[in-house]
Design a protein around this ligand. Sequence first.
Ligand SMILES: C[S@@+](CC[C@H](N)C(=O)[O-])C[C@H]1O[C@@H](n2cnc3c(N)ncnc32)[C@H](O)[C@@H]1O
Length: 349
Amino acid sequence: MSAGLIMPGFALLIAPSANKVYASSAIELTVAELRLFSREVQELDIRNVDKTTIGGLPYVVFDCTDIDSRKISFISNLSSAYALFERCEGALLPVELISGEKLDSDLITIQRYAGKTNEQFTRLMLNLALVCSDFRERAFTGGLHVFDPVFGRGTTLNRALTYGHHVGGTELDKRSFDGYQSFIKTWLKDKRFKHRLTAQPVKKNKKLIATRFDVTLARSRDALKAGEQQTINAVNVDTRRSLDFFAKDSHHVIVGDLPYGIRHGAGVRGELSRTPDVLVADCLPVWAKILKTGGTLALSWNTRNFARDKFVVLLRDAGLLVLDDGLDKAFKHRVDHVITRDLIVAKKV
Ligand SMILES: C[S@@+](CC[C@H](N)C(=O)[O-])C[C@H]1O[C@@H](n2cnc3c(N)ncnc32)[C@H](O)[C@@H]1O
């Protein structure tokens, strides 16, 4: 490491993205992500976060003293991290990354479907929720409970599983729910994971109110014996009814990419909210109950039909502390001609 009074400088190479539109925003989003990490975890002592180009490639640069494995772990798991270098008199010296990924990344990449949330963006949201929570020391080591109220075909759930967390969620669209269930079933079989999957209808007063599947999984028999199993609890139901299936104070973080108010494919039946503000107003009190104190919620949405200010008011009404200081516009980015996405982070204090 460089000696002297000048803080050692580092450069993080941004991963190439398969999605060209997202690639154009990835550098700005990673700058904002690292700024938020450094604000929330002050002992990281990361300063002067900025973007630059070296040798024609995009890098996030920053200064950091006394870099150690804990700091490297936070940096390594940034949503678009590809390679880390210490900057030394114009040269780039490689620093080995410490990835939190415990499962093969094809868990996240195999599925392709209309309406899938960008994988890097999903990781960004999950990272922000984990790092802004009081449970951040386990963010990249696992064992926390992550909830996605609108899980689609499971991009958030799968990302959280790769970090070693337990996952739960609700999804209204039956085709998405069934698609996720059959994907997980096949993936666990192909990877020869020890697992138990149960799928069943849920009835109340003899009336079918939902369908659910629950999975316990472990990489091997030894892992299972060592208690290193993870769980998936997935329910095909309107997320307004989450408290019928998930206990109060049961989850450390909630992460969701809310419906955009447009249809992908043939659309879905049921009480699908065409505008996310109605869904958010109905659900925030429910989601706030599911969250543990000290836990955080990171939600993204289409700003074309729901203003940030209104979202902030609804979060405050639900008793949550909005971490919006300096975040306004930092994460706003274009998805396509009808979607401009933003995200918001709030904490249960
Ligand atoms: C933007 S998509 C999320 C996609 C997901 N992150 C993925 O990558 O598969 C929003 C999801 O919200 C679901 N949804 C809409 N209204 C809902 C409700 N009331 N309860 C539960 N899910 C709902 C939609 O069916 C859709 O799958």
